[in-house]
Ligand binder design. Structure first.
Ligand code: PTJ
Length: 254
């Protein structure tokens, strides 16, 4: 393991990169996992590596949607599992929601089990998606394989860090999809019922906090559900990025 000194200005980011790299070697993260991570890092730079105000509102909307769901499921791929294993468990408990392993690359029973075992080692039970038997209609990638007691019967699916081939198919199947994707232009982000444009390492704790808060405030939850507008949300995050890049550009000439 690479020693990352605490004094390094990018210590936190480097630690997450190290987690991705180490788990790629162990087979939990796909070979393409570090590429996806790097893509996320690039968009995170534009955000300023912080949860921006308009996204905080989206996190509350996601919390309300998950709490209002009849059968919510959190889909777990390799990157998500290794970046936020404990948070996956705690979020699934407070909603409550099922956790389902769902991967795109090299989908073997071995890889599914490795990801499930990581979650089990954190205390999770009833992990779905290991050797599943159902299929998402009209989807031909490995992500099509879903659990008959999970995504197949879910009404709301949380898909952190998706790769875009599945969101449309899930929506066409009648489900609501909440994505967490730092790239607001990705197919997943634009097709989802709601995208949280934030790093999952920051979004998960905030989402959990919002779920706990809204559990005890049904009128706020209802108000959020009624006022949420996904197009407006997409507009605001792109506007934020545009303004930030413009402001940064101006500092160059100061
Ligand atoms: O484990 P598997 O086989 O299911 O594969 C998982 C990956 C992530 C490799 C796969 O889904 C993939 O290739 O994804 P993409 O197409 O690279 O898309 C991932 C999206 O997540 C990109 O738009 C990234 O900007 C974004 N992203 C990367 N890291 C983060 C992120 N968004 C939020 N938080 C992150 N930490």
């Amino acid at each position: 393991m690479t020693h990352i000194p605490e004094s390094h200005p990018r210590a936190e980011s480097l630690k997450f990169r190290e987690i991705i790299e180490r788990n790629r070697e162990l087979g939990l993260v796909a070979a393409a996992g570090p590429i996806a991570h790097g893509r996320g890092e690039a968009f995170d730079y534009i955000l300023g590596e912080e949860t921006v105000p308009c996204v905080k509102a989206d996190i509350y909307a996601a919390a309300a949607m998950l709490l209002n769901a009849r059968y919510p499921v959190i889909s777990v791929n390799g990157n998500t599992a290794v970046l936020v294993p404990e948070l996956l468990l705690s979020l699934s408990e407070v909603i409550p929601a099922k956790l389902e392993v769902n991967v795109f690359y090299g989908r073997t029973l071995d890889r599914e089990k490795k990801i499930a075992d990581l979650l089990i080692s954190k205390g999770a039970t009833g992990i779905l998606g290991v050797n599943p038997e159902e299929k998402v209609p009209h989807l031909h990638s490995s992500r099509a394989k879903v659990d008959k007691n999970g995504i197949a019967v879910a009404d709301v699916v949380l898909v952190p860090l998706e790769d875009g081939d599945r969101t449309q198919a899930l929506i066409a199947w009648g489900k609501k999809v909440i994505s967490i994707d730092l790239n607001p232009l990705s197919r997943t982000a634009t097709d989802a019922t709601l995208n949280i444009c934030d790093n999952i390492t920051r979004a998960f704790p905030l989402l959990e906090k919002a779920v706990i808060e809204l559990t005890n405030d049904s009128s706020k939850k209802q108000h959020i559900m009624e006022s949420f507008d996904s197009r407006e949300s997409r507009y605001k995050i792109l506007e934020h990025m545009e303004n930030r890049v413009r402001a940064l550009k101006e500092t160059v000439r100061l």
